[in-house]
Design a protein. Structure first.
Ligand SMILES: Cc1cc2nc3c(=O)[nH]c(=O)nc-3n(C[C@H](O)[C@H](O)[C@H](O)COP(=O)(O)O)c2cc1C
Length: 293
């Protein structure tokens, strides 16, 4: 299917884009107006765009329903300060409750059962229950349109972070396994980050990977190895050579059983290499693949 965005209603545009551009982190923004009314609302049109200066952006849209603006936007236009609280699994249902369209004078801290904790540099309060809170100064507000659904970029400089000790490792850094982020997808879908769905992809930027185009043809054209597998193999920084000390029982038995049939042997070696790659054992997988030469 191919669709042109100009032919869609605002609701459909939003629907396709939100399902496709996912998961999105959630900014739980605490803001305040000149009269001291506090607002707390979640925004998944949110990300970081610079670390030095430390800049994050979230976007309260004009309502598709009636083209009105959200209280959070009105507040930052009056008082250009915000506390961005990171949403983790423990608070996701309460966070969703805070997104109800309550009247302006209603404080979502009370409605959603969160504890307001005074911030140290800005006026809006922090959400005590959030494990990472960022006190921010609003630098610029950039409207992206005038119709319902138009976003308003709120560019925020992060001045101070408050991080719960329980998510830190022994070096004072955030342990990714301890912060169970939730993220927004399309419709009512969310996802949860925890140890069971985290994995690591080694950064290739310190040394250049050899590239998939440099892989030997039988590996590159394998019917068994996937694009991810080739990506792992092509990320080594020099072409591996046979290691005579590589001693592996399964490799030996593949040689023993399939030596009469090279095609079957190649298939078996690729299946074994694929298994090793799924366990992150790239060097071992290379040794298995090189054994055929
Ligand atoms: C997880 C989540 C993410 C949301 N993300 C956005 C967003 O990025 N932009 C937006 O305009 N509204 C978003 N909403 C809806 C707003 O939170 C909702 O309109 C809120 O009531 C705005 O409140 P306010 O008028 O008090 O500022 C989101 C709602 C939820 C539950």
């Amino acid at each position: 299917m191919i669709i042109d965005l100009k032919d869609l209603t605002p609701v459909l545009k939003q629907n396709y884009l939100q399902h496709a551009i996912a998961p999105r982190p959630i900014c739980f923004a605490s803001t305040i107006d000149n009269a001291g009314n506090v607002n707390l609302s979640p925004f998944s049109f949110f990300n970081m765009f610079s670390s030095n200066p430390p800049m994050v952006i979230f976007s309260p849209s004009r309502r598709v329903r009636d083209n009105t603006t959200k209280h959070s936007l009105q507040n930052v236009l009056e008082v250009p300060e915000v506390v961005i609280n990171i949403v983790d699994y423990d608070m996701v249902y309460q966070t969703s409750l805070a997104s109800c369209e309550f009247p302006k004078e209603v404080n979502e801290f009370s409605k959603a059962g969160f504890t307001a904790e005074p911030a140290t540099l800005v006026k809006p309060p922090m959400v005590k229950e959030s494990k990472v809170k960022m006190e921010c100064k609003v630098h610029e507000i950039k409207p992206l349109g005038t119709e319902g659904g138009a976003g308003n970029l709120v560019l925020c400089e992060v001045l101070r972070m408050h991080i719960a000790d329980e998510i830190l490792n022994e070096n004072g850094m955030i342990d990714q396994r301890k912060l169970h982020h939730v993220a927004r997808l399309g419709g009512d879908w969310y996802c949860k980050v925890d140890e069971t769905n985290l994995f690591m992809v080694e950064k290739p930027n310190t040394k250049l990977g050899i590239g998939i185009d440099a892989l030997p043809a039988p590996i590159k054209n394998s019917k068994i190895l996937s694009g991810n597998n080739l990506g792992q193999l092509g990320n080594v920084h020099e072409m591996p050579v046979i290691d005579p000390s590589f001693d592996d029982e399964r490799l030996k038995s593949i040689f023993q059983y399939y030596s009469v049939n090279p095609a079957e042997m190649e298939t078996e070696l690729h299946i074994y290499a694929k298994k090793l790659l799924s366990e992150g054992k790239v060097q071992e997988a290379w040794q298995v693949l090189l054994a055929l030469n």
